[in-house]
Design a protein around this ligand. Sequence first.
Ligand SMILES: Cc1ncc(COP(=O)(O)O)c(C=O)c1O
Length: 389
Amino acid sequence: MKQATRLVHAGRRPAAHYGMVNTPVYHASTVLFDNLAAFDASQADPFAGVHYGRLGTPTQFAFEQAVAELEGAHGAVSTCSGLAAIATALLSVVAAGDHLLVADNVYGPTRKLCDGLLARLGIETEYVDPLISAEALAACFRDNTRALFVEAPGSLTFEISDVPALAAVARARGACVIADNTWGTPIYFDAFAHGIDLSVHAATKYIVGHSDAMLGVVNCRDAEYYRAVRHTSIALGYCAGPDDVYLGARGLRTLGQRLPVHEANGLVLANWLAEQPAVARVLHPARADHPQHHLWQRDFTGACGLFAIELIPADRQRLAALIDGLAYYGLGASWGGYESLVLPVTPAASRTATHWQAPGPLLRIHAGLEDIADLIDDMAAGLARYTAA
Ligand SMILES: Cc1ncc(COP(=O)(O)O)c(C=O)c1O
């Protein structure tokens, strides 16, 4: 089955739902059993079947099956947000006394989780340069190093780690390799072919695709990881809301159609921005001037619509003039919806293993599905306000 066909058919079982094309939204807490024998049978394996709303509904299982099939995972575990998926993955493989290696460019709340909750639980996080060599990474490993967490590219600064090389080092030492694969999506980065054990997605972004649901998912390489992750998710009481998993499953159907438009709009915009005097630097993995462009070419089959620009230095009022006057770019967190966004970001504050240096402000841009001419005109007017005498 080709990818586009899989996107349409994965996880669907119309015959089990009166012929409905999409698995309907099951709102449920209590699930009733016909008799005591059926109840007793349900207790034997909490992972199998539908027993209680928090343990999974047909809507949730349909979404999970679809995402797992798409990425080639043994199984998927959905959670109530992308951050919950990150927490679930990490808590599935580390315990008190363990050491964890985390790339310095990861999403801010991932760091906060490591430095806060995980530290309190006795798990030590060591941050490493996302561009670390395999040899240097090997030297960071200790007897108690249980996991390596990478985000390639980082969602603010867009460095791309050499994931297969780093994953090989970690796996040779028996450590779990976790990737925040939200940028790569299940279709532009083949996580399992590149050595990842747990591929985490903030499905809130492109999978849902319409900025109207919170959803996370952990795709697991094998049965052992799947059981560990499902167990952690159940232990934490995580369950994605029924409407949100439904929206995730529905969004997935058009992912293969939306992503190329985000990609094309993002690249045209990035290339245009690179020519503008107000722009000091464009950080886009699919551009030839990106320092790890060769890794993007080697490991990815596409780029999403998220990238960043460094503007020439100017004060906050100038930035406000640029952003506040934009007609088509919203100002707000998240990305992956159909609409364009901008967000000023300050990565320097959260680095510990590396330094982020940029004299001017960094603006993260999400290229939506609008007409590219409108996006360019709007941004051109914004840059003119930024540099106006
Ligand atoms: C790279 C990345 N990972 C994870 C998350 C967390 O996802 P959520 O907002 O669904 O918790 C985000 C959210 O912005 C993100 O950008």
